[in-house]
Ligand binder design. Structure first.
Ligand SMILES: Cc1cc2nc3c(=O)[nH]c(=O)nc-3n(C[C@H](O)[C@H](O)[C@H](O)COP(=O)(O)OP(=O)(O)OC[C@H]3O[C@@H](n4cnc5c(N)ncnc54)[C@H](O)[C@@H]3O)c2cc1C
Length: 383
């Protein structure tokens, strides 16, 4: 029996354990540093059809219909003149089995966790050391306890410490010079939008996204604001929880976003956006990186979780075929999605009024151009 240790119980680690447990020749354990998986309620997540198809392999289609939503379009609005620019039909990539889905992050994590036997997850296990000897991998935790395994899968997120441990050098994600403000809002508090779609409002150095996260009228609201932070601010972890800091971000975004929306936001959280600057492929034997530890994308294509799911699925296939590294296509695909996410960020945040007008005019044409849609979105959604 092959022993597989998975570091981190987020979306990636939990999905991998769900896939691997179908094969009885694996003994799988997830080591999670916290005393539970993160089941915080309120936050939304978008999953495009490329990942829904893969999640359906473990029964995702059976989750309660009330707990998910299938938006048909992305409606683009200008924050400057409060008018709709155009809409993009994302449902063209749907099929009977897999539809673009928005839901609470909690619903996805709870689904992944509940399908695993309780003894699969070992809590309070923060990895501090990883050693390789002959055919064995030894993983040591904060309390000095250690385990041995045949395969090590690292899924400890954007700030992966395990990635630095195996590379024997510090690998840090890069600050994307933006702050994300996340919140929930009731459908009745957002006026002038189509509640069946994703609303994407473009402003100057800022954009905001709102979408339903269930069929009960709950909406997720995210605003991404371009903002430089000093080194001291970036390393002051308490800063982002402080009410004076959150108030200052709210006051900055309220210069462009309807004050009625700001007033009705609940469960507000702020955090700096960090992204990967390069792809790391471990050279260590039987060691793999997945999810945000493999590559953290800018949030402007909403592909973080969907890509995590794709990469996990590919690793699952590789393990079955005893392949040790992701193939060239995976690396190229990751780079392509990173480029498109950065391009979206640039386009969404244009501050020059003339450039914004040109963008709006071009967008009206492009969203109706099937060739463009198939190339820009289809290459990602139709994997
Ligand atoms: C603003 C914003 C909006 C987003 N919106 C979307 C969206 O709409 N759609 C989408 O697809 N994606 C979105 N994402 C990205 C998505 O949330 C992530 O890509 C995804 O959650 C990655 O999952 P993961 O399991 O790799 O990492 P994580 O969810 O970060 O899980 C890592 C786990 O590892 C544990 N851990 C950390 N260190 C250790 C250690 N040393 N030892 C043991 N355990 C450890 C942590 O406690 C955690 O449980 C968004 C991201 C941002 C920033």
């Amino acid at each position: 029996m092959k022993k597989i240790a998975i570091i981190g119980g987020g979306i990636s680690g939990l999905y991998l354990a769900n896939l691997l447990r179908k094969n009885s020749s694996y003994e799988i354990t997830i080591y999670e540093k916290n005393n539970s998986v993160n089941l915080e309620k309120g936050y939304g997540i978008q999953l495009s059809v490329n990942s829904i198809k893969l999640l359906n392999e473990i029964g995702f289609q059976n989750i309660n219909l009330e707990d998910k939503f299938h938006p048909n379009k992305v409606d683009f609005y200008s924050l400057k003149n409060k008018k709709k620019i155009c809409d993009l039909n994302i449902s063209v990539f749907n099929n009977i089995e897999a539809k673009y889905t928005t839901l609470q992050r909690f619903t996805l994590i709870n689904f992944l966790k509940n399908k695993l036997p309780d003894n699969f997850i070992n809590y309070n296990k923060k990895v501090t050391k990883i050693d390789y000897e002959d055919d064995n991998i030894e993983v040591t935790f904060e309390n000095s306890a250690s385990i041995e395994c045949d395969y090590l899968v690292i899924s400890d997120g954007t700030f992966s410490k395990s990635k630095s441990l195996i590379a024997k050098k510090e690998i840090k994600p890069k600050y994307f010079k933006s702050i994300a403000l996340r919140a929930t809002i009731d459908r009745n508090s957002i006026k002038g939008i189509d509640p069946n779609n994703i609303s994407l409002s473009l402003g100057s150095n800022l954009h905001s996204v709102s979408y339903p996260i269930d069929k009960k009228g709950q909406f997720n609201f995210v605003s991404i604001l371009r903002k430089k932070l000093s080194i001291n601010e970036l390393f002051d972890y308490s800063l982002f929880d402080r009410s004076d800091f959150i108030s200052s971000i709210l006051s900055e975004i309220s210069k462009q976003i309807d004050p009625d929306i700001i007033k009705n936001l609940k469960d507000i959280r702020c955090f700096p956006v960090f992204v990967s600057s390069e792809i790391h492929q471990p050279i260590n034997k039987n060691t793999f990186l997945i999810g945000d530890a493999f590559f953290a994308f800018p949030p402007t294509f909403a592909q973080g979780a969907s890509q995590s799911i794709e990469v996990v699925h590919e690793l699952y296939k590789n393990l079955e075929n005893e392949d040790n590294q992701f193939n060239v296509e995976r690396i190229e695909r990751t780079k392509m999605i990173d480029r498109k996410s950065k391009f979206n960020y640039f386009v969404f945040h244009l501050s020059n009024p003339l450039l914004a007008w040109i963008r709006n005019t071009v967008m009206k044409y492009l969203v109706k151009n099937n060739k463009f849609i198939n190339s820009y979105l289809g290459k990602i959604y139709k994997n």
